[in-house]
Design a binder for this molecule. Structure first.
Ligand SMILES: [Zn+2]
Ligand SMILES: [Zn+2]
Length: 264
């Protein structure tokens, strides 16, 4: 039987997708996407994310607070560890650093974001679950904090990777995986495709980050997990492999990272 695809990162509770779960699941089945990890971005959102994972046996959930979110409940290690112990919660995040929207603030002003990131790393180490790391315009601090906090003992993934070869090397050196999204299919992403070529297949994941970042030929539309095979096809093309090899490897990597039973 041909291997199936996994979407390792999607946001199915956002308004663009939340009312369309039945249709999305039908599209996933038709596209041979058999599993998805539904990502949490605030504590307020967690119950909705978790409900999807409890309702459907091929959905899993994460617990975490995205670095872009302000004016929301701030996580503690204790709170995150409690959520992480619930059934079908397999990862901590998404967490990380994002200085892209720093605006007029200074680096020092973003201290709260670094503290929040450290809370997630400490939780991941304590509960022995992998980190789902978001980094944008902040790769030096992201890698430095991961190293300082001993994140290699938790492991994890740099999701929606858009950084340089050096940052990919830093992630790999920490024992992390690198997840590629629809951005790798964009015409202007030649440098990123070199990173795809560089990252060993046994350290690659694929994702949609839906509802954002729909891959070519759906660019600009609302994304959903059934489109993740387009990412796999690009990875296969760049690495000169078959799409079946990429489907099989990225599914096995997903199972290994998040501690799930093999299916392919
Ligand atoms: Zn992200
Ligand atoms: Zn995300």
């Amino acid at each position: 039987m041909a291997p199936m695809f996994v979407d390792s990162h999607c946001h199915l509770t956002l308004p663009e997708l939340r009312g369309r779960i039945d249709a999305i699941r039908a599209d996933m089945a038709a596209a041979r996407v058999d599993r998805a990890l539904v990502i949490c971005t605030t504590l307020e959102e967690f119950a909705d994310v978790h409900a999807l994972a409890l309702r459907y046996d091929n959905f899993w959930a994460s617990a975490g607070v995205h670095p872009d979110n302000e004016g929301i409940e701030e996580p503690t290690v204790e709170r995150l560890a409690t959520l992480a112990a619930l059934p079908k919660v397999v990862g901590i995040g998404e967490t990380g650093l994002d200085y892209y929207r720093i605006g007029t603030r200074t680096h020092a002003d973003m201290h709260w974001q670094r503290e929040r990131f450290r809370v997630h790393i400490r939780t991941a180490r304590q509960v022995r679950k992998p980190l789902i790391v978001h980094t944008r315009s902040a790769s030096d601090d992201t890698l430095a904090i991961l190293r300082e906090e001993g994140a290699e003992r938790a492991g994890g993934v740099f999701h929606c990777f858009t950084e340089t070869m050096d940052v990919a090397r830093g992630a790999l050196d920490l024992g992390f995986m690198v997840s590629f999204s629809g951005i790798v299919t964009f015409r202007n992403a030649a440098d990123l495709r070199e990173v795809v070529r560089f990252v060993p297949l046994d350290r690659c994941l694929i994702e949609t980050d839906s509802p954002y970042l729909a891959p070519v030929p759906h660019r600009g539309k609302v994304n959903n997990p059934s489109l993740v095979p387009h990412v796999a096809a690009l990875v296969a093309q760049v690495k000169e492999l078959s799409i079946e090899q990429v489907a099989h490897a990225t599914s096995a990597n997903f199972e290994r990272l998040f501690g799930l039973p093999p299916t392919n």
